[in-house]
Design a protein around this ligand. Structure first.
Ligand code: FAD
Length: 417
């Protein structure tokens, strides 16, 4: 198989699907290479929230929150069957670190950044309603705030975005493992493996949307590009028996982190953790041992070598499951806490000092050249902001791409289940 495309996208998680949709919408010819399945990695292991990220206000990330709220509103419009508003509750107990006035101030700011739309309003629930909150513990409870944010099915959303890209002409090769790319005068020659064997295509520009594999992909590009300074942070979830009737609960775990307790397919989803990994994954792949923080005991071996979805090593650890269960039992002591399922994913965060929880969540877009880049990598990001992220990646590549006739606008293209 050979072909000539304006753009080749590596990876069909939410960012690859988003980049393909955005490029196809402005008329580009697009090839997407996905080694295993659409939404088979991080994009099916998130907390499934389409939200502004209330807690990011504490670290002053106002523009991220504003952008996420804007994107949430777009998704509520274009994907009403996939993204829906849900009541969120913040219980404040005598021991809770954030005081009621702080929550009120945060929610007011959140509402303002959401342009004070009708669904941006929040309220303190009257005491008479506290017993009706899915068995939430009421001892020492001082206040419960209710506001609204959105939930989705992350895999279904990603698949819908990918289908939208395909309906605009994007081609998906799956399995299609990216093997390497060589810079040419007019772009890149890309080599990949399909079920029929190896193939080659030419493109004017390349998007590296390989998520946690971002550096594995970069290492396959010639001339050689520097690896991006990132770290991978495992986030685990547990799924418990029994549905929640009233919506999502935003609880404070013993270490002050936020843990969400959420309704999910007639069950209860609890997450997430943040387990940081040290060491060089490449060394681990060669058989060396990566250093890990004491909280995690999982084996990083073979990680960068993973040909398919996450290797079995990416799984919730006993310490993570216990931490989530302890948090759940603390707030819902009477509820069933049988673990039905559990899963973990890896966040890509720019390498930095400090506690992961308080770290800025900006998305980076390293390129192959400061001027007129032909390769951009998407590093980090959120499910919620995938559309804006895709626009930013494409804006960087725009000078290298020819003008085409627009076929659609991602702000209005409908996404169906
Ligand atoms: C625990 C956790 C909870 C989260 N919760 C939320 C949330 O509630 N709300 C929110 O907005 N965001 C959330 N996020 C963030 C969000 O899930 C991620 O930012 C997003 O899913 C990343 O998508 P991606 O496309 O970059 O990566 P991925 O989904 O990992 O996709 C990368 C794809 O690239 C493919 N690939 C890799 N190498 C190759 C190759 N050589 N050839 C071909 N294909 C290749 C992989 O198979 C994979 O399908 C969460 C993240 C985590 C980890």
């Amino acid at each position: 198989m050979t072909g000539q495309y304006d753009l080749v996208v590596i990876g069909a998680g939410i960012h690859g699907a988003g980049a393909a949709q955005a490029a196809a919408a402005v008329g580009h010819s697009v090839l997407v290479l996905e080694q295993s399945g659409v939404a088979s990695a991080t994009s099916c292991r998130s907390s499934k929230l389409i939200h502004g990220g209330l807690r990011y206000l504490e670290s002053g990330q106002f523009s991220l929150v504003r952008e996420s709220l804007r994107e949430r509103d777009i998704l509520l419009r274009v994907a009403p069957q996939l993204v829906r508003l849900v009541p969120f509750h913040i219980p404040v107990y005598r021991h809770t670190a954030r005081r009621p006035w702080q929550i009120r101030a945060g929610l007011s700011l959140y509402a303002m950044l959401g342009n004070l739309r009708r669904h941006a309003w929040f309220a303190a629930l009257p005491r008479a309603q506290w017993d009706d909150l899915d068995g939430l513990a009421t001892e020492n409870l001082q206040a419960v705030f209710r506001y609204r944010d959105a939930q989705t099915d992350d895999a279904a959303l990603t698949q819908a975005v990918m289908r939208s890209a395909q309906s605009l002409g994007a081609e998906l090769v799956m399995p299609g493992e990216f093997l390497g790319a060589k810079r040419t005068v007019k772009g890149y020659t890309v080599r990949y493996r399909t079920s029929q064997g190896e193939a080659e295509s030419h493109c004017m520009a390349l998007v590296n949307a390989a998520g946690p594999w971002i550096n594995t992909v970069l290492a396959r590009i010639s001339p050689q590009l520097p690896a991006t300074a990132i770290e991978l942070i495992q986030g685990a979830h547990i799924v418990l028996d029994g549905p929640l009737q009233r919506g999502v609960y935003y609880t404070e775990a013993e270490d002050g982190r936020a843990v969400f307790v959420m309704p999910w397919r007639s069950m209860t989803l609890v997450g997430t953790t943040e387990t940081r990994f040290h060491g060089d994954p490449a060394t681990a792949m060669d058989g060396g041992s990566a250093e890990r923080e004491a909280v995690s005991e999982w084996d990083f071996l073979h990680w960068t070598n993973a040909g398919a979805v996450f290797p079995p090593q990416v799984r919730p650890q006993t310490t993570e499951v216990e931490y989530l269960l302890r948090t759940f039992r603390h707030y819902f002591p009477e509820r069933d806490a049988r673990v039905r399922d559990q899963f973990a994913g890896l966040r890509v965060l720019p390498l930095a000092e400090g506690a992961v929880f308080h770290r800025k969540r900006e998305t980076l877009f390293p390129t192959d050249a400061p001027q007129q880049p032909r390769l951009v990598s998407i590093c980090g990001g959120k499910l919620t902001g995938y559309r804006a992220t895709a626009q930013k990646a494409l804006a960087l590549l725009a000078p290298a791409l020819p003008a085409r006739i627009r076929r659609g606008d991602t702000r209005t293209l409908q996404l169906g289940p």
